[in-house]
Structures are given as C-alpha cells and as structure tokens.
Design a protein around this ligand. Structure first.
Ligand SMILES: NC(=O)c1ccc[n+]([C@@H]2O[C@H](COP(=O)([O-])OP(=O)(O)OC[C@H]3O[C@@H](n4cnc5c(N)ncnc54)[C@H](OP(=O)(O)O)[C@@H]3O)[C@@H](O)[C@H]2O)c1
Length: 323
C-alpha cells in the first residue's frame, strides 16, 4: 500500500522540470520500494502561460497561493534570496518539511534555517545544493558522522571545470564561456561561477557540515584571466589547471579558499572532465575518500531532490510509528 505525499514545487526551471521528469520515471519504484506516491499539488512560476506536460490547474504565479496550499513537503527550486527565503521560513515555522537546492541562500542562512527546522521538528533537506548528483551532503552528515575530518578539497563548480577542460581542447576563454552557455551550464552572466563566488558558497556549506569549528576566513580568486597559453604550458609540464576549493583547519577555526591551481595530471581532481565535480574528503580514520560525478544539470540535481523527498517521507513515517 502506498501513501500519497502532497508536494508543492516552488520553481519549475532546469531543476524543477528535471524533478517532474524523474518523478514520472521513478514513480513505480517509489511506490514499490518506498511505499510513497508523490503528487505535485501546486507549482509556482514567475511567468504565466501554458507549459508542456504540466496541468495548468496546478500552476500559480502567486507565492502565497503556492506556499499556503495544503502539502506534506515544499520543494524550493526557484533560487534567489528574498522570496525563496521568506517562503522556506513560512513553511518551516509551521513545521512543514522543506527541500531546497538553493546554495546561495544556504551559504548565508543555513544555520538559522537548520535551527528553525529543528525547533519546529521539520525536515530540511539540501542534498541538491552542492555538487548536483554527487551525494556529498549525506556522506558528510551521515556516513562520516564518526570521522574527524581534517580537510576538504574539491572541484565544485561545473561551469569553471567545463571552461577549463574546453580550453585544454584548444578553445579561447571567451569561446569556452560561450560554449558553456550554449550547453546550459553557464548563466547569461557567469560571473558568480568564474569569480569563485559559487564555489566559495558551496565549500562554506560543506565546511559547516564537515567541521565542528567556525569558519574564520573565506578567500577567493577568479579564473577570468586564464589564457589558452597558460593552459597549454601547464599541460606541457604534466599538470592541469583547475578551479579548486579547499577547506582546512587553521588556528582558531576553518579557512576556505577558492582559486585557479595547477595540479598534477595524476591528482584525483585532474581527470574530471566537462561539468563534472569531485570532492576529496580527508579524515583521521578514513584516509582519503573521493566522490566524483555530475555536479549540475537537470536530472543529476533532480536525483538529489528526489532522494531528500524519499528521506523526508521515511522520517515522517518513523515519527508516526514512534508516536
Ligand atoms: N541548474 C542546476 O544545475 C542547479 C544545480 C544545483 C543547484 N541549483 C539550484 O537550484 C535552484 C533552481 O535552479 P534552476 O537552474 O532550476 O533555475 P531556473 O531554471 O532559472 O528556474 C527557476 C524557476 O523558478 C521560478 N521563479 C524564480 N523566481 C521566482 C519568483 N520570484 N516567483 C515565482 N517563480 C519564480 C522560475 O519561473 P519561470 O519558469 O516563470 O521563469 C523558474 O520556473 C537555484 O537555487 C540553483 O542555484 C541548480
């Protein structure tokens, strides 16, 4: 017997549409294996109008209409800080479960939102916010809960990795950025990616999960000035250029830094191609653990959202059984 799970979707762009597609593909397995049958009862978008394959009756452009629709779980896949933050808080305050992919919001408000969720007994999932289809959040939070982590080192921005690996194949920086836009990896304005800001936000989120000490400093530099000649010269020396984000222990806390680094061709992050992401986790009991995979895009990111929905349903069931 499966339980219906009412879902409100805030945003139906790259990730939201991927979620709808994945949900339909996986529905038989969700019913069979997890005993849940998610039903999308409301979808918030900005621009009105018909959308392929979506029942117009569930679509709204009113944030209040969307968030006040009776539901078991709210998926925030709209991005932005203000409206998204207000809607998430409104849901959590009434104890409603929330899943979000919003790394920009979490980079500044994760602690506050987690405290609110915990106070209200609500589930807050954000596996999709970092590294898309690579399950880094749950790995750090759950699987490695028994490990003292000493450092994190990662390629966590797929757009930069795409640009740099494209340049290894002979493109100029401008051509590589254009190609990243055409493939849908880079925004019209890719400055958040190429400046290192996006990677710094993601590494900040990971650091909060990985370490039990405060983040003392966040430093970043961009990849905007890299040239085809730099890329070729580095390769000729047996290394590659990558945008690498590092979090490590320093006196009094954690330091996060993001920048263009030359790494040996045999380094685990050197083989990441295109939009792939990877994180090396170092810990006292485990040595080195490397997670790599598709760091962005519609279906990989949606897979992380769906995993959180399943986890949330499991937690709700557990709580009911315990009551
Ligand atoms: N794309 C990725 O690979 C990826 C990976 C990891 C995390 N994320 C995160 O996932 C979130 C969504 O990203 P995305 O790429 O799916 O974005 P997107 O393609 O731009 O889609 C955003 C959706 O939200 C709606 N929306 C945005 N602001 C709104 C507002 N103020 N009121 C009502 N509707 C609004 C848009 O409506 P319209 O359809 O009418 O424009 C659209 O449906 C972001 O936080 C992003 O950082 C994305």
């Amino acid at each position: 017997v499966s339980r219906a799970l009412r879902v409100v979707l805030l945003g139906c762009g790259t990730v939201g549409r991927g979620f709808l597609e994945l949900l339909e593909r996986e529905r038989p397995r969700l019913i069979r294996r997890h005993g849940i049958d998610p039903q999308v009862v409301r979808i918030l978008v900005r621009r009105p109008g018909l959308r392929d394959g979506i029942d117009p009756a569930v679509v709204t452009t009113s944030p209040l209409d969307a968030i006040d629709t009776p539901a078991d779980i709210v998926l925030e896949l709209m991005g932005g800080l203000h409206t998204a933050g207000a809607l998430i808080r409104r849901a959590l305050v009434r104890g409603q479960s929330v899943v979000t992919a919003n790394k920009a919001l979490l980079a500044t408000a994760a602690d506050e939102l987690a405290a609110l969720a915990s106070k209200k007994g609500a589930f807050l999932g954000f596996e999709a916010a970092v590294c898309g289809g690579v399950p880094i959040i749950r790995t750090l939070r759950d699987s490695l809960a028994g490990v003292s982590i000493t450092s994190l080192e990662g390629v966590v921005n797929g757009t930069c990795n795409y640009i740099l690996t494209r340049m290894e194949r002979g493109s100029s920086y401008v051509e590589a950025v254009q190609a990243a836009r055409e493939c849908g990896f880079a925004e019209a304005d890719p400055s958040m990616d190429v400046s290192g800001e996006d990677a710094a936000q993601k590494m900040t989120i990971l650091s909060r999960l990985a370490f039990d000490e405060p983040i003392r400093r966040v430093e970043r530099s961009g990849i905007e000035r890299v040239t085809r000649a730099d890329v070729a010269a580095t390769r000729a020396g047996g290394s590659v250029l990558r945008q690498v984000a590092v979090a490590q222990r320093v006196a009094g806390g954690i330091s996060v830094s993001v920048g263009l680094r030359s790494i040996s061709g045999t380094h685990p992050l050197a083989r990441l191609d295109g939009e792939e992401n990877g994180v090396i986790i170092r810990g006292e009991a485990i040595g080195e653990l490397v997670l790599t995979g598709r760091g962005a895009g519609s279906l990989p990111t949606a897979s992380a959202v769906l995993a959180d929905v399943i986890a949330c349903a499991g937690e709700r069931e557990g709580r009911k059984a315990a009551a």
